[in-house]
Design a binder for this molecule. Structure first.
Ligand SMILES: Nc1ncnc2c1ncn2[C@@H]1O[C@H](COP(=O)(O)OP(=O)(O)OP(=O)(O)O)[C@@H](O)[C@H]1O
Ligand code: SF4
Ligand SMILES: [Mg+2]
Length: 323
């Protein structure tokens, strides 16, 4: 496939560069390695998703990218050159109710980031609030209502309007639809995708729902116990998952064409990040595990096709260099 000059330029200069980031917590006198050496880039205007089972470190990473927490080690760097607007990060959370102030009318909630950042003069704020409400499919009259007067899906629209009010160039979404019904999920995802395209936003997206991830992402990173085990362009990952853990995740998706769920033997629970297994942390669950996997941690190796895999059993097809 030919790459446009723009793509090439983006590859050289990612908007977000996450380098060897670690976040360790102290809990009951022990160290929890929630994020343990993660590196990835997000090119301008693209959406990168993180997937993985509960507790693998997705939210911990998202909070650091949003500036709500700091890494124990490593670096998170933005390069806003070429972005359509000044660099600003906003975050959308899983629970739209918890992230909205119950005592504030919707209009005040949405106006707050506009006022705080001085994005409009006093006269322009109300107009902008109405414009944002309409942008996310709500009505101008909703400005005077309170959050409890809305459904879950509508509340998530309000939090999206609030995030957009801050005119972000970079959006972090942590499970933005998992609290919603399937049909409402689809509406919100369509809205997010349209906004990303129209506003030229770059995004980090978190979900454990692979169908959602396939719909929204440009590239996907699969996390297991605080590390990335595979990164690939979305379709490549879904068509040809390479890491045994990614294959396990894919196999857990209901196969409608077969009329039932396929579940492989290699399941089992995720070990605790308080006491992770040595070597490749996936080895107790891995159908391909060999002696070497117990002692030697596999590094994420990049191939020329844009994928990267951390597994001793996967030989990169094209060329290999440390990612
Ligand atoms: N402040 C904290 N103190 C101690 N441990 C923490 C803290 N925050 C997160 N952890 C631990 O770090 C690990 C990763 O948590 P995190 O919330 O990032 O996972 P997640 O991938 O977002 O999971 P989920 O899919 O359930 O949201 C978990 O074991 C969690 O208990
Ligand atoms: S390194 Fe070994 S244990 Fe880990 S995923 Fe690969 S084969 Fe399985
Ligand atoms: Mg989480």
């Amino acid at each position: 496939m030919m790459m446009s000059e723009l793509d090439m330029e983006h590859m050289d200069r990612p908007y977000l560069k996450v380098s060897e980031v670690k976040r360790y917590f102290q809990a009951q006198g022990r160290t929890v390695k929630s994020v343990d050496g993660v590196s990835f880039d997000i090119p301008l205007g693209t959406t990168f998703s993180l997937v993985g089972e509960s507790g693998c470190g997705k939210t911990t990473l998202a909070r650091m990218v949003a500036g709500l927490d700091r890494p124990t080690a490593g670096a998170i760097a933005f390069d806003a050159q070429g972005a359509q607007r000044p660099h600003r990060v906003q975050m959308i959370f899983q629970d739209p109710y918890a992230s909205l102030n119950a005592r504030w009318r919707v209009g005040s909630t949405i106006a707050e980031p506009i006022r705080f950042q001085g994005l409009r003069g006093a006269a322009g704020v109300d107009l902008r609030v109405v414009e944002l409400l309409q942008r996310v499919g709500l009505a101008a009259a909703d400005v005077s209502k309170f959050p409890h007067e809305f459904s879950g899906g509508q509340r998530q629209r309000i939090s999206i309007a609030r995030a957009l009010a801050g005119e972000p160039s970079f959006l972090v979404c942590d499970e933005p639809t998992s609290a919603l019904d399937v049909s409402v999920q689809a509406q919100i995802l369509n809205l997010l995708k349209r906004l990303q395209r129209e506003e030229g936003m770059t995004s980090l997206f978190i979900s454990h729902n692979l169908a959602v991830v396939r719909f929204i992402s440009t590239r996907v990173g699969v996390m297991y116990l605080g590390r990335l085990v595979e990164v690939a362009p979305t379709e490549m990952l879904f068509e040809r998952p390479q890491h045994p853990y990614t294959q396990l995740l894919m196999d857990a998706i209901p196969r409608l064409e077969h009329g039932r769920r396929r579940v492989r033997n290699a399941s089992g629970d995720v070990p605790s990040p308080l006491d992770p297994p040595g070597g490749c942390t996936f080895h107790p669950r891995c159908p391909l595990a060999m002696e070497r996997c117990r002692s030697e941690t596999p590094l994420l190796k990049a191939a020329a096709d844009g994928s990267a895999v951390a597994c001793h059993a996967v030989v990169p097809t094209v060329h290999a260099s440390a990612a």
